[in-house]
Design a protein around this ligand. Structure first.
Ligand SMILES: NC(=O)c1ccc[n+]([C@@H]2O[C@H](COP(=O)([O-])OP(=O)(O)OC[C@H]3O[C@@H](n4cnc5c(N)ncnc54)[C@H](OP(=O)(O)O)[C@@H]3O)[C@@H](O)[C@H]2O)c1
Length: 329
């Protein structure tokens, strides 16, 4: 692995106003060009800090704060059985997805690995084009080295693109994060990140005691809980936000799909509500990882590159924020 993948400085500041204002321009300029997307993780690491955190909606990617390029739309594996995970990953990779999100605690890393292997064996994708994310569960925080090796083994991979600490746990998450930092040096992990840190203070606590900046923070984020303050806080670190429950999560999707504003905008674009919601995430600067075990849904969720929400529509959707979480952790 190239040395430039490492971000060893906590004082790199990506938040200057020029960069922030350029960000929206990049989003605007790329979405106005409705060419088909080539959504792939890019092995070429980009050391240009001006690009960090900017969503390229034409390529379907973002440059992370370690210079690595990551897809901005992927598939989530929560609640899927091993067999469902294998099939969902296989269908998703066939349909153009390049980002997969699983976790040790989901119990389907082997299935994910099998789906990836099938897709590679059939020749429509290479390992290098895929961006695989898994997460370390809290009970493994005292034994991070072993947890990383065990995930590698279950996935059947020799490196993982991104490993995330699943939850904030003030007493021993620092130790777990340091194990991930070591694994980056050893070439086992390419990027590391965090999940379920809901206050700037908690996020800053962790990074003040560690060296490599998290490339992303994966938190519950959807139309009714838009994570605006956290996202603003993350900008100074070049850390991007990734939405879990992007559709509201099982049990809540219909609330979002049937929201009057969403339905009206969907009708105007001749798109499904789910596609408007996913498009909103991407234009708002949130990586989205909708979960599905349904072949048709997986296809539908990736057909969001051929239309663009106007500024007015984005404002209408932004106004739906209620700061209401559906989960309690
Ligand atoms: N870090 C964390 O703590 C955390 C927590 C939760 C989730 N996550 C991650 O985030 C991912 C997304 O969250 P999630 O899967 O829980 O919730 P979600 O993506 O908000 O919603 C999933 C639900 O949406 C349905 N769905 C997907 N596409 C659809 C479509 N086109 N039409 C109709 N229904 C559709 C799925 O049903 P079908 O299967 O029938 O399509 C499923 O019931 C997870 O899979 C996981 O990878 C992380």
């Amino acid at each position: 692995m190239n040395e430039s993948t490492k971000n060893s400085s906590n004082d790199t500041d990506f938040s200057d106003e020029e960069t922030v204002s350029e960000e929206s321009e990049v989003i605007e300029s790329v979405v106005s060009d409705n060419e088909s997307t080539e959504n792939s993780s890019d092995e070429t690491e980009n050391s240009n800090s001006e690009l960090v955190g900017k969503f390229d909606l034409k390529a379907g990617t973002v440059v992370l704060n370690n210079g690595i390029t990551m897809p901005i739309l992927g598939i989530g594996m929560y609640t899927l059985s091993q067999e469902e995970a294998e099939n969902s990953v296989y269908w998703a990779l066939r349909d153009g997805y390049r980002l997969i999100d699983t976790a040790r605690i989901y119990g389907n890393e082997e299935g994910v690995g099998r789906g990836i292997k099938r897709a590679i064996d059939e020749g429509f994708v290479t390992r290098e084009e895929i961006f695989v994310t898994t997460k370390m569960w809290t009970s493994d925080y005292n034994d991070g080295d072993d947890a990383i090796d065990a995930s590698l083994k279950r996935l059947g991979l020799d490196y993982i693109d991104l490993t995330i600490l699943h939850h904030s746990q003030p007493r021993n998450d620092v130790e777990a994060y340091q194990a991930m930092e070591k694994a980056v040096e050893d070439g086992k992990l390419r990027s590391i990140g965090l999940s379920n840190y809901y206050t700037p203070e908690d996020f800053d606590r962790l990074i003040s005691e560690t060296t490599i900046l998290p490339v992303l923070l994966q938190n519950e984020t959807h139309l009714y809980y838009q994570s605006t303050e956290m996202k603003e806080h993350l900008k100074q670190y070049g850390t991007v936000l990734e939405s879990w429950y992007p559709l509201g999560g099982r049990g809540h999707t219909q609330e979002l799909f049937n929201n009057e504003t969403v339905v009206q905008i969907a009708e105007a674009h001749k798109k499904a509500s789910v596609q408007v919601i996913l498009r909103w995430h991407l234009q708002a600067g949130n990586i989205a990882i909708p979960g599905s075990s349904n072949e048709d849904h997986i296809k539908e969720d990736f057909e969001i590159w051929d239309f663009e929400l106007s500024d007015e529509e984005m404002q209408q959707l932004n106004a739906l924020d209620r700061k209401e979480r559906f989960s309690d952790y």
